[in-house]
Design a protein around this ligand. Sequence first.
Ligand code: ADP
Ligand code: 5GP
Length: 204
Amino acid sequence: MTKGKLFVISGPSGAGKGTICKEILDEDKTLKLSVSMTTRKPRDGEVDGVHYHFVDHSAFVSLIAEDGFMEYADVYGNFYGTPKKQVMDWMDEGINVILEIDVQGALQIKKSYPEGIFIFILPPSIEELKNRILGRGSETEETMARRLGAALKEISSIDEYDYRVVNEDLQEAVDRVKAIISAEHSKINDEEVERIINRYKEEL
Ligand code: ADP
Ligand code: 5GP
């Protein structure tokens, strides 16, 4: 069976990764989203096990000690990580997986799993990024300044990625990410070459 593909959707906080991923997952039921673990407190409306696995610091550190994360990072003072087992099981079953993670995490995955497909979501401008973060309404002055400062640093890692999508008009950005996913399904890889040739050979 062909292994599932790993799509890593990343970019600065507030660029719209979560919004884009939600639209894509609503439309494409063959994709699964990895639910991250975090030590951050839930925001209003966030559900444990759906938006994140919300845990305390000691539970997070235990999973680090068990080598249970594909990647993890300290993002603005809270830990966030991708639990390894679920993602590996899905890919082994041939299921395509989306990770929606920050840039530090994506760069770690690029090292350990370079065959992933790395997509960077850009905001149209820093001003618009600020408006979006403000609109989400969970930032203090201090965390806002930190997020904007980090955004510029994160954007300078864009050369590590395979694709970039500017999220100005939401539907356009969603369509572009869908087009990337679709194109990747038609990409020729070594494993496939042999299978394709053999399939036609058998008919002769
Ligand atoms: P991220 O997951 O990258 O941190 P979110 O998906 O939470 O970002 O989006 C940040 C905010 O911006 C949310 O309030 C969301 O509704 C809004 N948003 C996302 N995409 C757009 C867009 N294309 N135009 C306007 N607002 C957007
Ligand atoms: P938020 O607190 O707004 O939900 O997320 C803050 C940042 O952490 C976002 O950029 C989000 O993509 C990122 N994030 C969410 N889950 C993970 C994860 O598992 N690993 C890493 N490295 N970042 C994550």
